[in-house]
Design a protein around this ligand. Structure first.
Ligand code: GLP
Length: 254
């Protein structure tokens, strides 16, 4: 794991965008694993800016998203599909047929999970997976307690996650209770992983994920076993880690 401290959210977004940008430059047909939430918004904005300047070309790139609320379709403004269009896809030249998101409107869970696993396999696996982190250490919608060997599955969202995500909905009752999520197994099969975290409310989860035991109660702790993980976080998110450790220039903790 390599950990880098960002000065602020803009710096974090630029650093993350630089890593994604390098991936696309070195492998134009790369498969990007993409994330939603407030954390990656700045990263997408920066990538859009570089695309507009002519520095980046997504015409051969492919993407697979981590998750989608069950019951919400692309037309729903709270769906992750809508989020991806508004914040990223509609502003770059990625081909719509090369972007994949779980279908929240599919009621047959088994069918949708199998379809999505096939989608991931058919693009040859993920080259670079972008991740945010939930306050309870979830990645994608892999909630605490999830088995590490899961592929795509339908998840019952935890109270903690429903409360945290309620800010995007008119009321807490409007937050879907279930979601389709890429599983930990699929995330761990990505060749590279880039996790971004900003703000004090991520400090505990980040500390437990990086410095704590590897346990399903903190889903992101499994990342300690991946051989190519980069974490970019701001000072607030690193607060507890920085009480015990110093980050060396190479990104390792002392
Ligand atoms: C949601 C998403 C996660 C995301 C998390 C944190 O639950 N499913 O992929 O990492 O929220 O979101 P935010 O970046 O808004 O804090």
């Amino acid at each position: 794991m390599r950990i880098y401290q960002a000065h602020d959210y803009n710096d974090l977004s630029r650093k993350a965008a630089n890593i994604i940008s390098a991936q696309i430059i070195m492998k134009p047909d790369a498969v990007l694993g993409l994330a939603t939430g407030s954390s990656p918004v700045g990263t997408y904005q920066q990538l859009i800016e570089w695309y507009r300047k002519g520095d980046l070309d997504f015409c051969e790139a492919k993407s697979v998203n981590l998750d989608e609320y069950k019951g919400l379709g692309p037309e729903d403004e709270q769906s992750y599909s809508h989020f991806m269009h508004v914040h990223f896809f509609d502003h770059i030249n990625i081909r719509p047929e090369n972007t994949c998101i779980p279908n929240g409107l599919e009621t047959d869970e088994e069918k949708e999970c199998q379809r999505y696993n096939k989608v991931i396999a058919s693009c040859g696996g993920i080259d670079l997976q972008l991740l945010g982190i939930g306050c309870n250490g979830h990645i994608g919608f892999n909630e605490p307690g999830i088995a590490f060997d899961k592929e795509t599955h339908c998840v019952a969202l935890s109270e903690n996650t429903i409360n945290a995500n309620a800010r995007f909905f008119a009321s807490r009752d409007d937050v879907p209770k279930f979601a389709y999520s890429m599983g930990i197994k699929s995330i761990m099969q990505a060749k590279k992983i880039l996790l971004i975290a900003a703000g004090e409310n991520k400090a505990q989860a980040l500390y437990q994920s990086i410095c704590g035991p590897i346990t399903p109660s903190v889903p992101a702790s499994i990342l300690q076993l991946h051989n190519n993980v980069t974490i970019i976080a701001d000072e607030a998110a690193l607060r507890i880690i920085l009480k015990e450790h110093v980050i060396l220039p190479g990104g390792h903790l002392k």
